[in-house]
Design a protein around this ligand. Structure first.
Ligand code: KIV
Length: 301
């Protein structure tokens, strides 16, 4: 295994200074983590989108720190060389700095090597406390989905002059607090460019145009595993929901027609026993057949 991507590695990756763009993708379990890692991404975000794309909720407000730790641990168990970035869920950093540090530590103990939290200048005390506990923090501004009710929906942010200034101020406040990178979600591309040029840490965009220092997409969106919500900024690289439906429909048809399982997908008695106990033989003693198979029933043959 290559050594794991670290926060200082990410911190140094500004495209304007010649770095390759950062590639971040979400994952929520061990197979997703392996797939993302074998695809060569830099950062696997165990996002609180878990609530929507895996657990079936309407928004991200329903996952707890225990949910996030459970899925962070699953992602980390795949031992990716990408950074595992744990997302702090709603109310895990709003109740005070001690609570924020404790919850960030829960994600680190689950296997993350950094945490992400949403919000601008008002999060600075929590960010500083988490950094004081030696945990790297990634910021997240623009559309912050945990504020869905306060924002009045999942809406593009930073479209008025005051809001643009607010985002620039928030970005600077987070950088001054010490974040190692900054996610920009659903902001106009020009605003993302201004922030990217203004801050010394890399920006990672989602719905923020091409001028960021990296991009992040949600696993289920980019692989076409869900089609319930389809934001404009998603590029779908595969159609895995359609492929899975086709595959499972074919399996159902094969079971119903009797063509699955076939001889190659079944275990068989050895020739000599088939004559004694097989389909056409009269089985006098079924217990003896079971005793004979005993431990041998799981393997090939
Ligand atoms: O939870 C998540 O998946 C995220 C990304 C959309 C950036 O925060």
């Amino acid at each position: 295994m290559a050594s794991r991507v670290t926060a200082p590695d990410v911190r140094s990756r500004k495209v304007a200074r010649g770095s390759a763009p950062i590639v971040m993708v979400t994952a929520y379990d061990a197979p997703g983590s392996l797939i993302a890692d074998e695809s060569g991404v830099d950062i696997i975000l165990v996002g609180d989108t878990l609530a929507m794309v895996v657990l079936g909720y309407e928004d991200t407000l329903h996952v707890t720190i225990d949910d996030m730790a459970h899925h962070t641990a699953a992602v980390a168990r795949a031992r990716p060389s990408a950074m595992v970035l744990g997302d702090m869920p709603w109310l895990s950093y709003h109740l005070g700095v001690d609570d924020a540090v404790r919850n960030a530590a829960t994600l680190i103990r689950a296997g993350a090597s950094a945490v992400k939290l949403e919000g601008g200048a008002k999060r600075v005390p929590m960010i500083k406390a988490i950094l004081d506990a030696e945990i790297p923090v990634c910021g997240h501004i623009g559309l912050t989905p945990q504020s869905v009710h306060a924002l009045g929906g999942f809406k593009v942010q930073g479209r008025e002059a005051g809001a643009v200034r607010g985002l620039l101020d928030d970005a600077q406040a987070l950088v001054d607090a010490g974040v190692f990178c900054l996610v920009l979600e659903a902001v106009p591309d020009e605003v993302a460019r201004m922030i990217t040029e203004a801050v010394p840490v890399p920006t990672v965009g989602i719905g923020a145009g091409p001028h960021c220092d990296g991009q992040v997409l949600v696993y289920h969106d980019l692989l076409g595993l869900q089609d319930r919500i389809r934001p404009k900024f998603v590029r779908t690289y595969a159609h895995q929901k359609a492929d899975a439906i086709a595959a499972i429909s074919q399996y159902a048809a094969d079971v119903r027609s009797g063509s699955f399982p076939g001889p190659d997908e079944s275990y068989h008695l050895p020739e000599e026993l088939a004559a004694t106990f097989g389909r056409d033989a009269a089985v006098d003693d079924p217990e003896a057949v079971l005793a004979f198979y005993g431990d041998d029933a799981t393997m090939s043959g």
